[in-house]
Ligand binder design. Structure first.
Ligand SMILES: Nc1ncnc2c1ncn2[C@@H]1O[C@H](COP(=O)(O)OP(=O)(O)O)[C@@H](O)[C@H]1O
Ligand SMILES: CC(C)(COP(=O)(O)O)[C@@H](O)C(=O)NCCC(=O)O
Ligand SMILES: [K+]
Length: 259
């Protein structure tokens, strides 16, 4: 079975793919100090507690944090006796190469989102990922990643507000009932929630104008369902998008190997 690992700047998600479906998905805070042994203790206890029967013998990793890849590789080598594919490394082929400025290292999560979005919806697509950063990935007609937008993430913005202004508390993002807040917390939540809805709508409008053609919009990432409640911008919200892309990229590389 395939172990697919999606490491973002905040959370790392592990999913087990049995060839037909994901039989388990677990999430751990991203921490570059975590060792292979620690990952394994965590993974194997979850497998035992949930009675998940899985013989893992293949792995694929996408990581926006380069430093964690070493220990994830050790995990795969030592405990699953396999060499993981690492998205973004030369030995990991993509169905279509990205078309960006020379020397640009596109975040592997964005490449994976592009592959998954194209598989599910075809080309001319915008994938919005509400992760640590809020990213917009533009997918061309043939499925190539051709660029996009990186904006500060929602929680990052709230954190910055709290850090920079003495009178502003730490607050969690939620959908406020009204745009006009009648207390400090409600005002901050409104600024971030409706601010990000406006950001997403505005950026998508601008991208569509530059591309001058119909483009679907797919949202993913931890906070996507919350933002879907405030706008009809998204054609769909798919929390398994990155995992789906990892399975596709793994399959693509296996096919190349046996061809
Ligand atoms: N279900 C949730 N409810 C509220 N916040 C969430 C939820 N899931 C994730 N988050 C927050 O959303 C942000 C993005 O999460 P995630 O998509 O896991 O980011 P990344 O991929 O960059 O690690 C993080 O700040 C995280 O704390
Ligand atoms: C933009 C990102 C920080 C988003 O990461 P995430 O929010 O998923 O942790 C990541 O995709 C990245 O480090 N990108 C490199 C630059 C680029 O994609 O052009
Ligand atoms: K991500």
């Amino acid at each position: 079975m395939l172990l697919a690992i999606d490491c973002g700047n905040t959370n790392t998600v592990f999913s087990i793919w049995d060839g037909r479906e994901f039989i388990a998905t677990w999430r751990i805070a991203t921490d570059h100090k975590r060792t292979a042994d620690e990952y394994f203790v965590w993974l194997s206890s979850l497998m035992m507690l949930t009675k998940t029967e899985a013989q893992i013998d293949e792995a694929i990793i996408s990581s926006t944090v380069p430093r964690v890849v070493f220990n994830l590789r050790v995990l795969c080598n030592r405990y699953f006796d396999c060499r993981p594919l690492v998205v973004g490394k030369p030995e990991c082929a993509l169905p279509v190469a990205p078309r960006v400025d020379q020397g640009t290292t596109v975040g592997p999560d964005r490449l994976v989102n592009t592959v998954a979005g194209f598989d599910r919806h075809g080309g001319n697509l915008i994938v919005v990922d509400f992760g640590t950063a809020t990213t917009f990935d533009v997918v061309d007609t043939d499925g190539a990643y051709i660029g996009g937008v990186i904006a500060p993430g929602v929680n990052l913005s709230l954190e910055a507000l709290h850090m920079a202004a003495a009178a502003l508390p730490h607050v969690d993002v939620t959908k406020p009932a009204t745009a006009i807040g009648t207390n400090t917390v409600a005002c901050m939540q409104s600024g971030v929630y409706w601010g990000y809805i406006g950001l997403a709508e505005g950026i998508v409008r601008q991208i569509r104008a530059e591309r001058d053609r119909p483009m679907k919009v797919i949202a993913t990432g931890g906070l996507a369902p919350l933002f879907q409640q405030g706008t009809d911008l998204f054609d769909s919200v798919e929390d398994d998008l990155t995992m789906h892309g990892l399975v596709l990229i793994h399959r693509h590389n296996k096919e190349l190997e046996t061809a």
